[in-house]
Design a protein around this ligand. Structure first.
Ligand SMILES: [Zn+2]
Length: 497
C-alpha cells in the first residue's frame, strides 16, 4: 500500500472518530442532577403535550433558566448543538409537561412517627410530578415548605396550599377565610361543614379571589350545593351519587358514620342506589356552574382489592416505616379500617367503581373538567405511585391515554388557574417537563419508577421509569432521587429495629 493511501485511510479514520465523538458528546452533555442552566437543549424528542393532542416530533426544546424558550423541529445534524454546553439527548424518548397532582397532603409524620417531607417530595419528583396542590396540612410548616420550593433550595414540586376553612357559625367561617388569605392561602378547602356555614365560607373565598376545593362527603351538603355555591372543585365523589338518591341511602340501623368500617363499607353500596335520571341532572348542574371534579380513584382501591393494595411491589424498597405502621388496621388512624374486610365488600366496591367511573366519564363527555389527584398517605397508598395508578384508573374509566395526560397536566393547570404558564410544552411556559424512555401512551406502567418487566432475547429486563424530571428549570435525574428515597427508607427501618 502506498504512503498516500495510508494517509487517506488515517484521515478517514480520524474523521469518523471525530464524527462519532461528536455524536456521543451530544448525549446528555454537561447536565448535572439538581442544577438549573441559563440554556439547556433537549434535542430530538417526541413531545406529548398537555392539551389533548397526539404526539409530535422529533422536536428540539430549548430551556432558558426556568422557562421554555423555544419548541421547534429537530435539527438532526450531528454537530447541530456542538457548541451548546448543556444538552439532553431525547432520541427515542418522550417529553411531557410535568405532572400536576391536585390532591395531596404534605405530611412530616404518620400517627406521631416522623417521616420527612423530603420522602414524599422525592417520590413525587421521581414519578414525574412537578406540582402538588395540598388540600389540608399543618400550614405553619407547609407555608415555609412552599417558600423553600419556590426558592429552589429543596428538591420538591411546586406547592400550592388550599387551607382548611373552619367555624361553627357563618360569621366565624368568613373571618377564618380572611385569616387564611392573610396566611397566604392559594385556595380554601372545605370539609364536613353544615350548609349555611359552607355557603358563607364559599362566598367569602370568592370575594377574596380564592378558589375552593370541597371534599364532597356524605354530609348535609352534596353536589347540588357545590353547583349552587359554585365551588371550584369537588374532591372524591360521595356527594355526587348522594345528590341523586331518592331520599336517604339504605343504611342499616346500626350504621355510624364515625365508624370508618361502616362508612367505607356502605360507601361501596352508594352508587348503585343513585337514580340515573337524577344523576344526569346533577352532573349537568355541576358543569353549568363550572365545578371541576377530582375523583381520586386510586386512594379507594384497597376496597375493591385489599390483597393488591397491601402487596404493592414498591413497598419493598420505598415504603417508609412510619407509613407502614400507619397503614395497619387501627381505628385511631384515618383510612386504616380494613379489618375483617369481606369478599362481599370487595364485590360491592367493584360494582361501585364501575358506576363511579361511568359517571366521571359521562361528566367529561358532557363538557365537565376532570383533574387528577392522589390523596396518598392513607389506605395503603404511597406518594407518587398512587398518582401514576390514578392515570391507569382514568384509562380504565374510558379516557383515551391522550386525554388522561391532558387531565393530569393541562386540565390540572386550569383547575389551579395557571393554564397560562403550566401544563404545556409551549414557548414562554414554565420549564416543568419530564423525559421518559418509553411511550407512556402505550402503557402508563412505563411511568412507574419500578418500570415494566419485559422479555428481551428470552431474558427478563425492566423497562421504563421517568429518566429526567425538570421543575422550574431545575434538572433532576429520577433514578438518583429514587436511590435517595431507598437509602432514607433503609436508614429509618434500621433505626426502628
Ligand atoms: Zn385528601
Amino acid at each position: 500500500m502506498s504512503t498516500k493511501r495510508w494517509v487517506l485511510i488515517l484521515v478517514l479514520i480520524s474523521v469518523l472518530a471525530a464524527w462519532s465523538a461528536g455524536t456521543l458528546a451530544a448525549e446528555n452533555r454537561g447536565v448535572e442532577h439538581g442544577r438549573r442552566y441559563d440554556r439547556l437543549v433537549i434535542r430530538n424528542v417526541i413531545v406529548i403535550d398537555g392539551k389533548g393532542t397526539p404526539p409530535r416530533g422529533p422536536l428540539d426544546v430549548i430551556v432558558e433558566t426556568n422557562k421554555i424558550a423555544a419548541v421547534r423541529g429537530a435539527d438532526r445534524r450531528p454537530g447541530a448543538y456542538e457548541k451548546e454546553a448543556h444538552v439532553l439527548d431525547g432520541t427515542g424518548m418522550y417529553l411531557l409537561p410535568g405532572l400536576i397532582n391536585n390532591h395531596v397532603h404534605l405530611q412530616d409524620s404518620r400517627a406521631g412517627v416522623a417521616q420527612p417531607f423530603e420522602y414524599s417530595y422525592k417520590l413525587w419528583l421521581a414519578c414525574g410530578i412537578t406540582t402538588v396542590r395540598d388540600v389540608g396540612s399543618d400550614v405553619r410548616k407547609t407555608v415555609q415548605e412552599r417558600q423553600k420550593s419556590r426558592d429552589g433550595t429543596i428538591a420538591a414540586p411546586r406547592i400550592y396550599l388550599y387551607m382548611t376553612a373552619a367555624g361553627t357559625t357563618p360569621a366565624e367561617a368568613r373571618a377564618r377565610v380572611g385569616e387564611l388569605k392573610k396566611l397566604g392561602a392559594d385556595g380554601i378547602k372545605i370539609f364536613g361543614m353544615d350548609r349555611d356555614i359552607m355557603k358563607a365560607a364559599v362566598e367569602e373565598s370568592r370575594k377574596l379571589g380564592l378558589r375552593v376545593a370541597h371534599h364532597v362527603g356524605v354530609e348535609e351538603t352534596d353536589a347540588w350545593d357545590d353547583a349552587g355555591f359554585g365551588v371550584s372543585t369537588m374532591e372524591h365523589w360521595y356527594g355526587v351519587p348522594d345528590a341523586a338518591l331518592d331520599g336517604s341511602q339504605n343504611f342499616p340501623p346500626s350504621y355510624n358514620y364515625n365508624n370508618e368500617v361502616d362508612r367505607f363499607r356502605y360507601a361501596g353500596r352508594l352508587w348503585r342506589e343513585a337514580n340515573p335520571d337524577k344523576l344526569k341532572k346533577v352532573l349537568q348542574a355541576l358543569i353549568d356552574n363550572g365545578v371541576a371534579w377530582i375523583p381520586t380513584f386510586g386512594i379507594y382501591e384497597a376496597n375493591r382489592d385489599l390483597v393488591r393494595a397491601m402487596n404493592q411491589p414498591w413497598f419493598k424498597d420505598y415504603l417508609h416505616p412510619a407509613l407502614e405502621a400507619y397503614f395497619s388496621p387501627n381505628p385511631a388512624n384515618h383510612g386504616s379500617y380494613h379489618w375483617n374486610w369481606s369478599t362481599e365488600d370487595e364485590i360491592y366496591w367493584k360494582e361501585n367503581y364501575r358506576l363511579w367511573m361511568a359517571a366521571v366519564r359521562d361528566f367529561a363527555r358532557m363538557g365537565g373538567l376532570v383533574g387528577c389527584g392522589e390523596d396518598a398517605g392513607f389506605i395503603y397508598m404511597t406518594y407518587g405511585f398512587t398518582y401514576l395508578r390514578e392515570l391507569e384508573l382514568m384509562q380504565e374509566a374510558g379516557f383515551h391515554p391522550i386525554d388522561v395526560i391532558q387531565n393530569a397536566t393541562g386540565n390540572n393547570a386550569r383547575i389551579l388557574g395557571l393554564e397560562d404558564r403550566l401544563g404545556r410544552v409551549r414557548e414562554g411556559f414554565l420549564a416543568d417537563l419530564i423525559l421518559v424512555g418509553e411511550n407512556p401512551l402505550a402503557n402508563f406502567k412505563y411511568l412507574y419508577p419500578t418500570g415494566v418487566l419485559d422479555l428481551k432475547d428470552g431474558r427478563p429486563v425492566v423497562r421504563g421509569g421517568v429518566e429526567w424530571t425538570i421543575k422550574d428549570g431545575i434538572v433532576y435525574h429520577a433514578p438518583t432521587l429514587l436511590a435517595d428515597v431507598k437509602a432514607m427508607v433503609a436508614a429509618a427501618r434500621a433505626e426502628k429495629h
